[in-house]
Design a protein around this ligand. Structure first.
Ligand code: IPE
Ligand code: IPE
Ligand code: MG
Length: 262
């Protein structure tokens, strides 16, 4: 019998050489990548100064600026700000008008600066309810800043978690009827893709100012395992040290996700 004329060789063997770990600081406690804030207390801030509520909202807009800067300084990668809830439409018409005007003013005065700072802007909620002009400005802001990577600022405008979950359920039913979704095969990650926060990691830390201890329909699905920190400061008085303090509290919490502590 003829010998085969090709010689089979062993595949090359790679030799693992131990690589020394690079010298550097010890990894510290885990810090939050995503901080979400319920910015509450503008009205009480104004009332305490015998000012109209709109003065509180204006001062609140200044606090938003400080907060974004502080988030960048603290290496927060995702910051969600609850600016207007789907239930806030129940407020008196003059307050809604003031808030809408303030939003328009904020967009015009801040977006260029946010872009310079490397902030990517994203909006969640039924923001089209603020009218075509604001809708166009918000969409322009999203487009302009889409490639920025330093911080993603998610602004929740006319946002309500129940409405969001209901909308997701409706879209899933429609997809199931069209045959593009198999309901039995849908898992939690698959469901979350139908939420307005698709592509955004769940918040690690949810902060509420003003001393109220409730979520007021904010990110109910996404905050399932968020750490909650309630601060006794009215939103217009919020300073960088409040964010740093809440992050410090977060780093001392033990997150268990239902498992036993290690
Ligand atoms: C938060 O401040 C701003 C919005 C909800 C738009 P509030 O206006 O709720 O202030 P308080 O709770 O009445 O003090
Ligand atoms: C939650 O605050 C909404 C925002 C901060 C945008 P609210 O002031 O509307 O909440 P409640 O009414 O006290 O629950
Ligand atoms: Mg309030």
């Amino acid at each position: 019998m003829a010998e085969p004329d090709t010689v089979l060789t062993e595949p090359p063997v790679s030799v693992a050489v131990p690589v020394p770990a690079p010298a550097g600081p010890e990894p510290g406690p885990r810090r939050p990548d995503h901080v979400a804030i319920i910015m509450d207390g503008n009205g009480r801030w104004a009332a305490g100064r015998r000012l109209p509520r709109v003065a509180g909202h204006r001062a609140g807009a200044q606090a938003v600026r400080r907060c974004i800067r502080a988030a960048i300084e603290n290496n927060v990668r995702w910051l969600t700000l609850y600016a207007f809830s789907s239930e806030n439409w129940r407020r008196p018409a003059d307050e809604v008008t003031d808030l809408t005007a303030l939003l328009r003013h904020y967009l015009r005065s801040e977006i260029a600066e946010l872009h310079r700072e490397g902030v990517r802007v994203r909006v969640i909620g039924e923001h089209e309810r603020f009218g075509p002009e604001i809708r166009a400005e918000l969409e322009a802001a999203e487009r302009l800043t889409a490639a920025n990577t330093r911080l993603t600022l998610i602004v929740a405008l006319s946002y309500g978690a129940r409405a969001e979950i209901l909308q997701a359920a409706r879209r899933i039913v429609a997809a199931a009827q069209a045959g593009t979704v198999q309901p039995d095969a849908l898992d939690e990650a698959g469901f979350a893709r139908y939420l307005s926060t698709d592509g955004i990691p769940d918040p690690d830390l949810v902060i509420r100012t003003s001393g109220e201890c409730r979520l007021s329909n904010f990110l109910l699905w996404q905050s399932a395992y968020a750490e909650l920190v309630f601060l006794d400061v009215l939103w217009p008085d919020f300073e960088a040290h409040h964010l740093a303090g809440a992050i410090d509290v977060f780093t001392r919490r033990e997150r268990r996700y239902g498992a036993r502590p290690g």
